[in-house]
Design a protein around this ligand. Structure first.
Ligand SMILES: *Cc1c(COP(=O)(O)O)cnc(C)c1O
Length: 362
């Protein structure tokens, strides 16, 4: 069996154990020294002045919007191809998600579709750096500038990715990260962070995550209770030192897939930016269901990211109807192959061989 993922700690297991033991021995579990340290380390790794640890990536997105005073009556343009949490965060902030179709090659928000979706109510763009690859930020920032819009980057799948050589998260006013266990930088549970280089936005986000308090028991605004706890922060500090090596390995595996799949009966989306961090490795097939069954029969587990465009989900029935034919097509074709730091190049060859056999079976 080749599982899609293996979340059991690998060579980092000793560091993770030591981090947990340190926090347990200290007896301080929320808003303590581990979070403070991780926030400094993570901000500097992201090239941002500030990081604010929160409970989830979804909360990071919603609080980033709220820090900009985006809420009821406002529209935020985002991608129809993402985890639904991207758009749910816009609803959590009280604003309305509007969906711009994706670029057929990059699979991220298309700048022309984004410009066409702008209305007098639009306040912000929320591009998603999908599968580990940045959205086309130079074009999207031009749209934002032309219309005076804020930009919040969804970096939940793109820890340490770059776009034209510049760190993701450094283009917009704020960025949001998830440390959900499957992400490139992962906690042993839920976790998230907001990054920004604006001190006022950082202070606001810090207040919003902690009940809207300025000082203890002084709630100056409606905040939430969403904090990255000390155990997760300690684990994330330990794992942050492993992340560059893990990212390099993900890139090696992706290159091995590209070589091995060169003549396979699937479309492998071409890499559009060398700063890709390969959170996932999707391929496209117009016979996806049969291909997934074929791989499963050969012991290769695959997943679909994502089967339904977000605006087609019943939860979004109340939003304006979305025209996103490219996302509709990609959702019907996309299939993610196993790729994680514990995988070997040999396993990649086995997956590729199973995929070539699909061709032979046709
Ligand atoms: C994982 C993810 C989220 C949500 O993060 P959580 O920590 O699970 O709340 C949002 N957007 C994208 C693109 C994601 O991959």
């Amino acid at each position: 069996m080749i599982p899609f993922l293996d979340l059991t700690p690998g060579p980092d297991a000793g560091d993770v154990r030591a981090a947990i033991d340190r926090v347990v021995a200290r007896g301080w579990f929320v808003l303590g020294p581990e979070l403070e340290r991780f926030e400094h380390e993570f901000a500097s790794a992201c090239g941002a002045a500030h990081a604010i640890g929160v409970g989830t990536g979804t909360d990071a997105l919603a609080l980033a919007l709220r820090a900009l005073d985006i809420g009821p009556g406002d529209e935020v343009i985002t991608s129809p191809l993402s985890a639904a949490y991207s758009a749910l965060a816009i609803m959590m902030a009280g604003a309305r998600p509007v969906f711009a179709d994706i670029d057929p090659v990059r699979l991220t928000m298309d700048a022309r579709a984004t410009a066409a979706a702008v209305t007098s109510r639009t306040r912000a763009l929320m591009p998603v750096h999908l599968y580990g690859q940045a959205a086309d930020m130079s074009s999207l920032m031009a749209v934002a500038r032309a219309h005076g819009l804020a930009v919040i980057e969804d970096c939940c799948q793109a820890h340490m990715a770059t776009c034209d050589g510049r760190p993701v998260g450094s283009f917009g006013e704020l960025a949001a990260y998830s440390f959900y266990p499957t992400k490139n930088l992962a906690a042993l549970g839920d976790g998230g962070a907001i990054t920004t280089s604006d001190p006022a936005l950082a202070a606001r986000a810090r207040r919003l995550r902690n009940g809207g308090q300025t000082d203890r028991y002084h709630h100056v605004e409606f905040g939430v209770n969403s904090r990255l706890d000390e155990i997760q922060a300690a684990i994330l500090s330990a794992r942050l030192t492993w992340l560059p090596a893990w990212t390099a390995h993900r890139r090696r595996l992706a290159a091995a897939y590209r070589d091995a799949l060169a003549s396979a009966p699937v479309i492998v989306p071409a890499e559009q930016d060398a700063g890709h961090v390969y959170h996932l490795f999707p391929v496209l097939s117009d016979r996806r269901a049969a291909l997934q069954e074929h791989l499963k029969a050969r012991g290769v587990e695959t997943l679909i990211h994502y089967p339904i465009p977000i605006p087609r989900q019943p939860a979004f029935a109340g939003t304006a109807p979305a025209q996103c034919p490219v996302a509709d097509r990609v959702c019907a074709q996309v299939l993610s192959l196993p790729l994680h730091p514990g995988l070997t190049a040999r396993t990649v060859e086995e997956v590729a061989a199973a995929l070539h056999a699909f061709h032979a079976a046709v």
